[in-house]
Write a protein that binds this ligand. Structure first.
Ligand SMILES: Cc1cc2nc3c(=O)[nH]c(=O)nc-3n(C[C@H](O)[C@H](O)[C@H](O)COP(=O)(O)OP(=O)(O)OC[C@H]3O[C@@H](n4cnc5c(N)ncnc54)[C@H](O)[C@@H]3O)c2cc1C
Length: 408
């Protein structure tokens, strides 16, 4: 179990402890030896958007299998869900180590490495609340990378305002009957089961965040509607229709009527993970931009000799340095047991906006080549744009910060 080295008296340590260093090195070896060959075998079926997807946006079968294989191998090697406790099947690494690992892997840029560490399809603390048979049936197969899941909260009518959801679950004998439509659900087209949020008691009785419960719903119990192909994330999200879906009562995950409160406890982790990913990706882009600025010549000199170019890269680095320090600090605060509500909003907002600005400047530094579909930079820009919407939009993060400051 990797924990951070003790801070020097009166201070915070930014050192990477020996165990975390070894994890990062092993991740590099894993990427070289286990992920790269799969990516090489796929060739341009993965890198070429036109070959990667079916007509409706779904991944073609080879890509689906490759992604699942990366997860399985990563789980076998002990990386995939290493932040979960040992009891939940993970390695119990600290949030600081998890942050560093996500960021480190993201420095590889776009590709199959994005699936090495558990994302929304993987085991999250919400699923780790599984009890009794739920653990063998649902939690551990996902931890082992053998199955995948997803989290269904957003609906056509509500996103940011999700407590106002319309999906309901009503008790009928020893079953729950679910009705409603979810939208933008990551991994829904491929998941073995979803964790669906539904209203189980009226809001008027239970308060704004009360009266919502979470249910495990298996893939053959719901219907996938249209794909929701967000530019930059095509193939991952879809609508989910729940039409009188009956599930046994033991599919309730966590507390009846308390799912929103359960989920709120884990909000900070999701924001930390997005921040880490954004910071690693930003580093990848800064490296590429710096390299190009040195190699590409215009007006008889490398373009990096022009301040208009070098300052873009320098400014990006300054912002990335600051945002990354904020991310690490948040991880450390969470390791001290703090909920860090305001801080996690700050990190999500700062890191994703920093990535967005760096991605935009990376396209600019590359000129026409930045726009070419042979390069990843426009796709990176699209992905960076999406990260400012998911897991709470910019505005919702700013609302949270303002609320914590008592000015909302
Ligand atoms: C790629 C992708 C993956 C996703 N994955 C999932 C998933 O796995 N599971 C899931 O449940 N959902 C998922 N979502 C949905 C995502 O969480 C929502 O899109 C997001 O929460 C915003 O909701 P919305 O799209 O309904 O926008 P809205 O809530 O309608 O917001 C529209 C605009 O109004 C602003 N706004 C709304 N309320 C306020 C306010 N109070 N103050 C200021 N501004 C406000 C927003 O910031 C935004 O700019 C995903 C979305 C995408 C694009």
């Amino acid at each position: 179990m990797a924990t951070q080295e003790a801070a020097p008296q009166g201070g915070v340590s930014f050192d990477t402890d020996e165990e975390t260093r070894l994890i990062l090195q092993s991740l590099d070896d894993f990427v070289d030896q286990e992920v790269q060959p799969i990516e090489d075998d796929l060739g341009d079926t993965y890198t070429n958007k036109r070959k990667r997807h079916e007509d409706d946006g779904r991944y073609v079968p080879e890509v689906r299998e490759a992604i699942q294989e990366v997860r399985r191998r990563s789980a076998e090697a002990g990386f995939y869900a290493m932040n979960l406790s040992e009891e939940d099947g993970g390695e119990g690494v600290s949030n600081v180590t998890w942050y560093r690992a996500i960021k480190h892997v993201a420095t590889n840029g776009p590709g199959l490495t994005e699936h090495v560490l558990a994302g929304p399809e993987g085991p999250k603390p919400l699923l780790a609340q599984a009890e009794g048979d739920q653990r063998e049936e649902y939690l551990y197969p996902v931890v082992r990378g053998q199955q995948s899941t997803g989290f269904g909260q957003t609906e056509p009518g509500v996103g940011s305002d999700s407590p106002n959801m319309s999906t309901t679950a009503e008790k009928d004998g020893d079953e729950w009957v679910l009705n409603g439509t979810k939208q933008w659900i990551t991994n829904a087209p491929y998941a073995d089961f979803l964790q669906i949020f539904a209203r189980t008691s009226p809001q008027e009785e239970m308060g704004r965040y009360g009266g919502i419960s979470c249910f495990i719903v298996e893939a053959d119990e719901y219907e996938i509607g249209s794909m929701n192909n967000a530019v930059g994330f095509e193939g991952s999200q879809a609508e989910v229709h729940l039409d009188d879906v009956r599930v046994p009562e033991d599919r309730l995950l966590g507390t009846e009527d308390g799912a929103f409160y359960d989920a709120m406890e884990f909000l900070s982790l999701g924001r930390l993970e997005i921040g880490a990913r954004a910071m690693g990706h930003a580093e990848f882009l800064l490296d590429r931009a710096a390299q190009y600025a040195n190699d590409r010549e215009a007006f008889g000199r490398p373009i990096g000799k022009f301040q208009g170019v070098s300052h873009k890269i320098a400014e990006g680095k300054a912002k990335q340095y600051a945002a990354n320090a904020a991310g690490l600090r948040l991880a450390w605060e969470m390791d001290q047991g703090e909920q860090a509500i305001m801080e996690s909003s700050i990190v999500k907002y700062l890191c994703t906006n920093t990535l967005w600005e760096i991605a935009d400047d990376t396209v600019q530094v590359h000129g026409g080549n930045g726009l070419s579909e042979d390069n990843p930079y426009m796709a990176d820009l699209e992905m960076a744009r999406v990260l400012r919407i998911v897991e709470g939009t910019d505005e919702i993060q700013l609302n949270t910060i303002a609320k914590q400051l008592g000015v909302f």
